[in-house]
Design a protein around this ligand. Structure first.
Ligand code: NAP
Ligand code: G4F
Length: 330
């Protein structure tokens, strides 16, 4: 019989790619979804009849215990979080509840209901924040720069702690920025690809952005969900950094995206002070040697390929005849 996997955050970017991947591997997939007044299944519509949706919320311990009992998973991927950094300053308490304490509630549910299940925690390069060294490895000290980053540090250490305290097979994947045509419209790569497509098609003339000097290590989400799965197939639980090892600035991103459709970014990008952050993470770049060596993980899409993929997808999306509100969300 195939293995059973429970994914929190299945309606998000990574959750949808991971569900695609696990279905291909023959898994029975359960997805945890919180209640909302409108359906937000855009990213999982294509697999909706092949997965089992369970209603639960990271803020509600009982719902997690029930979900765990219903799914009886072999593997649990905790991808749910309040994941947008700027929102963590306007909603710091909610961010702490979901992104920090939510991890502990998941671990408690596993400990009490399915202690043999293997657990993946979606940790983040945001934990490195004001970086202490470059590139960043599993041994680089954390210095988070946002309530989101601080919450992720809690999630990382509570995962390590439950592994060491209770012998759970729990791993923390420290993933650098990963993107795709399914990325939320508010993150910078998608904001740029969507904005470029709108300008190209004559639907807009300007693209407001914040800090163009920030540097990130951007990869393709489809590659990164494979690393999550690989971590749970190891004999011994351990933590891994995952990234491409190549860094680009936001300015590089916009240059390439506009150039790809034959436009000059200087004629369209405007700087908006309101998009600057109270504390910025200036530079991130991964040293993923451990993941490459131990898991055999390699990225298959480079920065140029990723940007072109996202711009092409948004041009196609916005060229489609559907025009009702929300129809163009990924
Ligand atoms: P995303 O697209 O924002 O998806 C977040 C998911 O979490 C959504 O399904 C959302 O549900 C769900 N969620 C939020 N609050 C919840 C709650 N209280 N209870 C249950 N579900 C809740 O994020 P992503 O890019 O796929 O990232 C996946 C995970 O990896 C996140 O934990 C993120 O912090 C982490 N991460 C991401 C990156 C990256 O570059 N993408 C890098 C490192 C780490 P709704 O659809 O209902 O909002
Ligand atoms: O795309 P971003 O919003 O991603 P950020 O803050 O790096 O966080 C993402 O990656 C983390 C991994 O390191 C995840 F943990 C987290 O959940 C999320 O997925 O911003 C990237 C950079 C920042 O330096 C920001 O200041 O782009 C800069 N930027 C410049 N103008 C902008 C904008 N970011 C956004 N979102 N919107 C802008 O207009």
């Amino acid at each position: 019989m195939g293995k059973r996997a429970l994914i929190t955050g299945i309606t998000g970017q990574d959750g949808s790619y991971l569900a695609d991947f696990l279905l291909e591997q023959g898994y029975e997939v359960f997805g945890l979804v919180r209640r909302s007044s409108t359906l937000n299944f855009q990213r999982i519509r294509h697999i909706q009849d092949r997965i089992t949706i369970l209603s639960a919320d990271l803020l509600d311990q009982n719902s997690l215990l029930t979900a765990m009992a219903e799914a009886e998973p072999d593997e649990v991927y905790n991808l749910a979080a309040q994941s947008f950094v700027p929102t963590s300053w306007t909603q710091p308490v909610l961010t702490g509840e979901a992104t920090a304490l939510g991890v502990m509630r998941m671990l408690e549910a596993i400990k009490r209901v399915t202690p043999k299940a293997r657990f993946y925690q979606a940790s983040s390069s945001e934990m490195f924040g004001k970086v202490r060294e470059s590139p960043q490895t599993e041994r680089t000290p954390f210095y988070p720069r946002s309530p989101y980053g601080v919450a992720k540090v809690y999630g990382h250490w509570i995962t390590v702690n439950y592994r060491e305290s209770y012998g759970l097979f729990a791993v923390s994947g420290i993933l650098f920025n990963h993107e795709s045509p399914r990325r939320g419209l508010e993150f910078v790569t998608r904001k740029v690809s969507y904005g470029v497509a709108r300008i190209k098609l004559g639907l807009a003339t300007e693209l407001p952005l914040g800090n163009l000097d920030a540097k990130r290590d951007w990869g393709f989400a489809g590659d990164y969900v494979r690393a999550m799965w690989q971590m749970l197939q190891e004999e011994v639980p351990s933590d891994y950094v995952v990234g491409t090892g190549v860094q680009h600035s936001v300015r590089d991103l916009i240059e390439l995206a506009f150039e790809h459709v034959g436009l000059d970014w200087r004629e369209h990008v405007v700087q908006d002070e309101r998009l600057l952050r109270p504390a910025e993470v200036d530079t991130l770049v991964a040293d993923a040697s451990k993941a490459r060596r131990q898991l055999g993980w390699e990225p298959t899409v480079d920065f140029d390929g990723l940007v072109r993929m996202m711009v092409d997808a948004d041009v196609e999306l916005l060229s489609s005849p559907r025009s009702e509100p929300g129809a163009h969300d990924p």
